[in-house]
Ligand binder design. Structure first.
Ligand code: AMP
Ligand code: MG
Length: 402
């Protein structure tokens, strides 16, 4: 065991080979989840004109307090042609263009009296009151979103507001997923003796759905040389090939041998983690090749620790490794002396607002239904003895909390 690669060493070997893919133009309506290849600047001043922050009246502050004649009305989208003169007010809606000549907006609530023609205002507004200056959010040409940022809803909104119709994004990594195992049946089919339902392919596709990748789930294959050869060769056309199963030491574990025959150079096999020890990683040309173990929790943990970081790096993200958070163990845990463990746990806030992590019962790597009730993976570094209740730990959001 002592000769196993550590998690850090294995992740470094993956990231050293996950160089950014190129970029391509992407329409703003399709940019959610994509990573910017370069900083994106505003195409207009935002707001594009001085606009009213309130429903009210555009005025000259120096006229007030006093009585003003209402000479026009502006709704959003319909600027007034009238130049406001002293003694006049123009009724204005939120978002309306502040008419030239006006230097403040009086909210409708501050009008003490109104008849058809006139308003009375009891106080003088500050110069510029309730006017949103042109370019006050971001100026034409200034940066709206930096380079290497994954676009969420708010970034999509900001870019659209700033007039960006298309932007340069990292190319989406193409990921081929392949489940191997003669025992696998499709969910919904009757189970023959010895069969189990295939879950890893669907689960890994789901785990990677928000990673920016373009995912192809290949038809599952039995533990048969020629079936493996054909499916793996097809998967090697992608940027990333991820298989599940068949990387242990059994006579039916064919993935590594067939990959080697297809020209995959193995970079590592087996890492000092639990679950997920038999994970393999190699390359063929520019294709990254991950062999995740078949036990469902092992394959999910391998996906979090190796595949997702690689996809982030391929898209140019600068901190590709999992974002670990800090918290405390609610109950003690025995440590593994040889391997770093990732323990499924429930998250809750303690009264001081810190994260408390309650390890679940049922930590075996086939127990995917138990894992589905967890919302955290707690990192328990290898070592002697026990981590007591209250010990500080790092943990990774997973499942429900993501
Ligand atoms: P393997 O890594 O192929 O030795 O598989 C380890 C365990 O995971 C075995 O119990 C397999 O039946 C199970 N397993 C393998 N692939 C899958 C899969 N796609 N879905 C669910 N369980 C799997
Ligand atoms: Mg198998």
């Amino acid at each position: 065991m002592a000769d196993l690669l550590t998690l850090d060493e294995a992740q470094a070997l993956v990231l050293a080979r996950a160089r950014p893919l190129g970029s391509e133009p992407v329409a703003i309506g399709r940019a959610l989840g994509r990573v910017t290849a370069a900083a994106v600047n505003a195409r207009v001043d935002l707001p594009p004109f001085a606009s009213s922050a309130m429903d009210g009246y555009a005025v000259r502050a120096a006229d007030l307090p006093g009585s003003l004649r209402v000479v026009d009305r502006v709704a959003a989208g319909g600027p007034s042609a009238h130049e406001l003169a002293s003694g006049e007010a123009i009724e204005i809606s939120t978002g309306g263009v502040v008419p030239s000549g006006a230097d403040a907006v009086v909210p409708v609530e501050y009008v003490v009296h109104r008849d058809n023609e006139r308003i009375d205002v009891a106080e003088r507004p500050a110069h510029g009151a309730h006017i949103r200056p042109r370019g006050g959010d971001v100026a034409l040409g200034a940066e709206v979103v930096g380079a290497a940022v994954r676009l969420g809803a708010v970034q999509v909104g900001a870019l659209a507001a700033a007039g960006v119709a298309e932007l340069e994004c990292a190319r989406r990594p193409r990921v081929a997923l392949l489940a191997t195992g003669s025992e696998l049946a499709a969910p919904g089919d009757p189970l023959a003796p010895g069969q189990i339902y295939e879950s890893n392919g669907l689960m890994l596709a789901a785990a990677l759905a928000s990673s920016g990748a373009d995912i192809e789930l290949l038809p599952r294959v039995a533990d048969d040389d020629s079936a493996h050869r054909a499916a793996l060769e097809r998967g090697l056309a992608a940027d990333v090939l991820v298989s599940s199963g068949g990387v242990s030491v059994g006579p039916h574990d064919l993935v590594r041998r067939v990959e080697a025959e297809l020209g995959v150079e193995e970079v590592f096999w087996r890492v000092a983690i639990k679950p997920g020890k038999p994970v393999s990683f190699g390359v063929r040309g520019a294709t990254l090749v991950f062999g995740l173990p078949g036990n469902p929790v092992s394959s999910l943990v391998g996906c979090e620790l190796f595949v997702k970081p690689a996809l982030r790096a391929l898209q140019g993200l600068r901190r590709p490794l999992p974002r670990l958070e800090t918290g405390r163990l609610a109950t003690g845990l025995r440590r593994n002396d040889a391997r770093d463990e990732f323990v499924r746990a429930r998250f809750r806030l303690d009264p001081d607002g810190g994260a408390m992590l309650e390890p679940l019962s049922g930590q075996e790597s086939h127990m995917i239904a138990r894992a589905a009730t967890a919302d955290a993976l707690v990192h328990v570094p290898r070592g002697e003895g026990e981590l007591p209740a209250g010990a500080p730990v790092s943990w990774l959001r997973h499942g429900l909390l993501e």
